[in-house]
Design a protein around this ligand. Structure first.
Ligand code: RAM
Length: 409
């Protein structure tokens, strides 16, 4: 499928699953200057000019004067896709960008790279953090060098960031994962007419007479702000009356640190303990590791959470006529990851060019990018002492749409 068609499908399909407010997007689509003339140049040609960027993207080798994008760790497909959106948008507006993600998912590793990037004179920092403490000194250094910090996915301290880019409402993401987990245990398929699953889960539990359902969570790091925020929302959802006596409100939590090997070990622990009926993994690394472990073991433990269709294809149904319950993961959720990277770049550009300060009520514009129409986002109170910008919505992947999404995300 052509890039333009992909973007239109993404926008239309995700907009159809309206759960939370999202940026307004006009129906027009614009073909931007992001050419796809390929990067067929040889390594030596590419290194001739360190400042040369890939065609159609802002990606460069040079930190000085570039917008730094730092994910939790390098090589995580979610971070790779997000950076692609970030660098493409930066390229379109004529800015250079560079990814500086650490080898390990630790705060210390991020701090070291941040320190280097500031010393080398980066233009801005966009970061998904591995923890909520330990950054003060390096963030203060960025502030005194007038380098703006915007967090995305996993938030940075409100004391130092301009704002936080929220991929979708945390409350929706937390609640939907619990609803999906419970429905899956009850053998209830996802119904796209009830995208939030609120009615479906209530109905499923009304007639449920089995043992109390136990839910396990295979998360990223124990201190990771974004996953901990979602887990708090899962626990809140479980306090609702519909779950009382039917679903154990205590989540059995394990942490795989967003590393494939550790996540596999933790999934194996769930398997050998055999205490949970279903695992929620709110991380693309964790859900893929658990998918493999549970599928190999032909386990009865089911799985849902946040995953990339491309990484989950082996553990999920792919066509509407399949029985989704013959797979470990009948359905799961995510959002438009590439758009998340691009909107982060748009926030940085608003800071740089329009004096955007991240104050409640302030609006910012994201230019028409690639095949996405222009959008306007409004800054809101993020409930953590700082502000946030909501740029996406959660979207459910299930047997009716997996074939379409696997090549795209
Ligand atoms: C992982 C990361 C990221 C999370 C996604 C869903 O790649 O942990 O923080 O948002 O999964």
């Amino acid at each position: 499928m052509k890039k333009k068609a992909i973007a239109l499908v993404l926008t239309a399909a995700m907009a159809a699953t309206v759960l939370a407010g999202c940026g307004s997007s006009s129906s027009s689509s614009s073909s931007s200057s992001s050419s796809s003339s390929g990067s067929g140049e040889s390594a030596s040609e590419a290194s001739e000019s360190a400042e040369e960027t890939d065609a159609g993207s802002g990606d460069t080798k040079e930190v000085s004067g570039s917008h730094v994008f730092m994910f939790k760790s390098v090589g995580n497909a979610f971070g790779v896709i997000m950076y692609k959106g970030f660098s493409d948008y930066m390229g379109q507006v004529g800015e250079a960008s560079i990814e500086k993600s650490p080898a390990e998912t630790t705060v210390a590793a991020q701090v070291q790279l941040l320190d280097e990037s500031i010393t080398q004179g980066c233009k801005s920092i966009s970061i998904s953090t591995n923890g909520d403490t330990g950054f003060d000194e390096v963030f203060a250094k960025a502030q005194s060098a007038n380098i703006p910090i915007v967090s995305v996915d996993s938030s940075a301290s409100a004391d130092y960031r301009i704002t936080h880019n929220n991929q979708a409402s945390s409350a929706d993401i937390g609640a939907m994962q619990v609803r999906a987990a419970v429905m899956i245990v009850c053998g209830v398929p996802f119904d796209s007419n009830d995208a939030s699953m609120e009615e479906s889960v209530a109905k499923a539990l009304e007639s449920y007479t089995g043992d109390e359902i136990n839910i396990g969570v295979l998360s990223a790091g124990i201190d990771t702000p974004v996953q901990n925020g979602w887990i708090a929302e899962m626990e809140k959802e479980l306090q609702k009356d519909i779950y009382a006596g039917k679903v154990n409100p205590e989540l059995d939590k394990k942490y795989g640190d967003d590393e494939a090997t550790k996540s596999t070990t933790q999934a194996q622990a769930f398997l050998s303990e055999n205490k949970v009926d279903v695992i929620i993994s709110p991380t693309t690394v964790g859900i893929a590791a658990a998918g493999e472990v549970l599928t190999q073991a032909q386990s009865d433990i089911k799985l849902t959470g946040l995953g990339l269709p491309s990484e989950m294809a082996n553990y999920m149904p792919k066509t509407a006529d399949e029985d989704e319950f013959s797979y470990v993961c009948p359905y799961m959720m995510l959002w438009d990851v590439s758009h998340l990277g691009a909107s982060t770049a748009a926030i940085q550009m608003a800071v740089q060019n329009d004096g955007y300060k991240g104050e409640v009520g302030e609006t910012l514009k994201m230019e028409a990018w690639g095949d996405y129409a222009e959008e306007t986002f409004t800054t809101e109170d993020n409930g953590d002492g700082g502000t946030g910008v909501l740029t996406g919505i959660p979207y459910v992947f299930y047997k009716d749409n997996m074939a379409e999404w696997t090549p795209l995300l």
